[in-house]
Design a protein around this ligand. Structure first.
Ligand SMILES: [Zn+2]
Length: 226
């Protein structure tokens, strides 16, 4: 394949860390890493992401249209269209998709706003995640989920898929793990405070300032399409 071995190793490490943190159980969720040359290595369909075999990963390549096409290795997850959508928007990086409990729980609630499915209660959510729009429900593996992510006219690094889970993109494995932890914890807060009348979100100016300082997108600022 000519890809750096470290890419497969990155994927294995990412899966192991997400499972050790309780963010993926059984065979739920999937992860991928894309190199600058457009190759993507992904967790195969139906595998435990905590025990990935570096020699048994799925390898894909980006088509001219930005879809992901399998090249070699075991069959990749049917959910690759959501990974493809994140790469169409961000290029190289790391994509995490989990069915982590609190993300799924939050994704069943009405969205807090158009640009963010959950309220910003704590600073690190703004600093590590930022905007996180809710994508309408489609069945897992439906390619339309990718088109729905493409259609969001906002700057974001993460989304919640309604009744399903979270998806985020990051530059490195460390950043991906941190963002997944923060988003899952923010979802946990959102659910636990949902019926607490006196619960207050952080004020808008503080959230915007935190996000801006941490280079996270916040608010309705549209993406500048090139
Ligand atoms: Zn899924």
């Amino acid at each position: 394949m000519g890809s750096p071995v470290s890419t497969a190793d990155d994927l294995v490490e990412l899966g192991r860390r997400l499972v050790s943190l309780g963010l993926s159980r059984g065979t739920a969720g999937n992860i991928s890493v894309r190199t600058e040359d457009g190759e993507v290595v992904a967790s195969p369909s139906g595998t435990d992401m905590g025990a990935l075999d570096p020699d048994g990963l799925s390898w894909l390549t980006s088509t001219d249209g930005g879809d992901l096409e399998q090249v070699t290795g075991p069959k990749a997850s049917k959910e690759m269209p959501i990974h493809a959508a994140m790469y169409r928007r961000f290029g190289a990086g790391v994509v995490v998709h989990t069915h982590s409990f609190h993300a799924v729980q939050s994704s069943c609630l009405p969205p807090w706003s158009e640009h963010c499915a959950i309220p910003p209660y704590a600073p690190y959510f703004a600093m590590k995640v930022g905007n996180c729009p809710l994508i309408p429900y489609r069945h897992p593996g439906d390619p339309e989920l990718g088109a729905l992510i493409d259609g969001v006219d906002l700057d974001f690094h993460a989304v919640l898929l309604a009744h399903h889970g979270l998806v985020l993109v990051a530059s490195t494995v460390d950043e991906a793990v941190t963002a997944t932890v923060e988003l899952e914890d923010a979802c946990r807060l959102a659910v636990s405070l949902d019926q607490v009348p006196l619960a207050r979100v952080l004020d808008e100016a503080s959230v915007a300032e935190l996000a801006q300082r941490s280079l996270r997108p916040w608010g309705q600022r549209p993406i500048k399409h090139l």
